[in-house]
Design a protein around this ligand. Structure first.
Ligand code: FAD
Length: 462
């Protein structure tokens, strides 16, 4: 007999309650990750996410080895694979940390029912969100749709407890392990062309990389965070998003580390402002998951139903391609799209500018942009990506007003005054005449007015 730990969006050994509970049970432990691209409703991973996953699983396997454990990899419909593994290993208990998408929750509930009906223990844990979505409610019992009161009600709660760090050799594996797929056969890495060639320059994937990023943030970035986070040329944000996407670090660990750091700095007013701003950004991640939990179609359905009648039309393939490839002739948009292409990441300020340009200046449906980011971001996240695109479109909860159109030229003047970010990603920007940097694909003013005119129809709707 043994315990089965099913890891999903929680590819870490520290602060992993499912793993801790399984080890504490005292039976040998089998840890499995399942690549499920076939179950109904499960959204297939994007290309950049797959690249990350490959390296994250490699790092996780190494971590588990140090604890005496092994990582079993399987591919296919997760419910079938769990049943097969129970048979193969004689497992008598199942452990996992919770997920928040509707198809995932339905799947987990059906597996729990199956386990219980078969006389197995099944235990699920809170590990990936600071506040479970169903526990955060307005005074009248409804889910929050506005961020500020949502976050206010969250941070007034008691700080969650800390889990003990895992010790070497704390995991016992069964004498005979079930077969595992060879990770290389999953073909998660791009080959021809290998567009991820430069990704490792920016990213150290895995749990150690996540903690190194957190330390770097406290050592040299948090002091400027509140002001610096809007300036894309500065490296003043944490770059923790892809690590959080795969749960290589937990929001609890980040929360506690921020608390510790705040105490070590004598709770100085300046530090507290930066720390509070940083935690509020984690709050936006929580809020996005809150929305996804209560509005499961967040990535495809307008939160604000008035947008359902908006005539987006089919995007012109050439125009869309120019946006995707960073050839719109609008430097701030192109620099952002090229940062995305080169590194799998884009600075938050530039994400807002590039998204606003697609939706408002090009009048392309936000879902088209959401899908492109889903495929190309290493931090592509089912909740934050969908919520953020709807935020920019103006169709989301607590969103930017639909009549707000970012002016990418003024944004560059304000947030990249020395043009450092533009130069970093637009080599030809310095010599546009020589290098053939494209002319703008739309006139900014005309397209802005066209958008305002088109969006006017929304104001007429009740
Ligand atoms: P920091 O500023 O260091 O923030 C710390 C953490 O807080 C981040 O790692 C992230 O987990 C969370 N966070 C910060 N800002 C937001 C936000 N606006 N919404 C939700 N969580 C936030 N973030 C994703 O994680 N995945 C996505 O797929 C994603 N898609 C986006 C699409 C668009 C159009 C826009 C405008 C934003 C998107 N964001 C997404 C939010 C934000 O841009 C990134 O979380 C942020 O840039 C990550 O960098 P960081 O880790 O250095 O952030």
């Amino acid at each position: 007999t043994c315990s089965l730990v099913w890891l999903r969006d929680d590819l870490r050994v520290a602060d992993n309650p499912a793993l801790v509970a399984a080890v504490e049970r005292g039976e040998p432990v089998v840890v499995v990750f399942i690549l499920d691209e076939v179950s109904p409703g499960i959204r297939p991973l994007g290309g950049a996410t797959k690249w990350w996953l490959h390296h994250s699983l490699t790092a996780l396997r190494d971590k588990l080895h140090r604890l005496g454990g092994e990582l079993i990899l399987r591919q296919g419909a997760a419910p079938d694979i769990i049943r097969t593994l129970i048979r193969e290993t004689g497992a008598t208990a199942l452990y996992w940390n919770r997920r928040y998408g509707k198809p995932e929750r339905d799947m987990d509930a059906s597996i729990k029912d199956y386990a219980k009906a078969s006389g197995l223990e099944a235990h699920s844990f809170q590990a990936n969100l600071l506040f479970e979505p169903w526990t955060v409610r307005t005074g009248s019992g409804t889910p929050y749709t506005v961020f500020t009161p949502f976050w206010k009600s969250c941070i007034n709660r008691p700080t969650p407890p800390r889990l003990p760090a895992p010790t070497p050799e704390s995991i016992t594996s069964p004498a005979t392990l079930p077969d595992s797929d060879d990770l290389d056969n999953w073909n998660l890495l791009p080959t021809n062309p290998n567009w991820a060639l430069a990704f490792p320059v920016r990213w150290t994937v895995g749990e150690n990389g996540a903690h190194a990023a957190l330390e770097r943030f406290f050592a040299s970035r948090i002091d400027r965070y509140a002001k610096g986070r809007d300036f894309p040329a500065e490296y003043s944000t944490s770059e923790l998003s892809p690590h959080l996407r795969w749960g290589e670090i937990s929001p609890f660990q980040i929360w506690h580390a921020t608390d510790d750091f705040r105490r070590d700095h004598g709770n100085s007013a300046e530090f507290s402002t930066n720390a509070a701003k940083f935690l509020a950004e984690l709050g936006w991640r929580e809020f996005s998951y809150h929305l996804l939990y209560h509005w499961p179609d967040l990535a495809t359905v307008n939160f604000d139903a008035r947008f359902n009648h908006f005539p987006w039309g089919e995007p012109d393939p050439e125009i869309l391609e120019a946006w995707q490839q960073g050839r719109t002739g609008i430097p701030m948009v192109d620099a952002g799209m090229r940062e995305l292409w080169q590194t799998g990441y884009m600075h938050n300020r530039v994400r807002m500018i590039a998204a606003s340009f697609l939706i408002k200046n090009l009048l392309i449906d936000w879902r088209v942009g959401e899908a492109w980011f889903w495929d190309t971001l290493v931090d592509a996240d089912p909740a934050s990506n969908a919520a953020s695109w709807q935020w920019v479109a103006g169709s989301g909860a607590d969103a930017a007003p639909y009549f707000r159109v970012f002016n990418p030229v003024l944004q560059a003047d304000k947030f990249d005054p020395k043009r450092e970010y533009l130069h970093r990603y637009l080599g030809e920007y310095e010599h546009p005449m020589l290098s053939g940097y494209p002319e703008p694909i739309v006139d900014l003013l005309e397209s802005r007015n066209r958008a305002l005119e088109a969006f006017k129809t929304l104001a007429d709707d009740p």
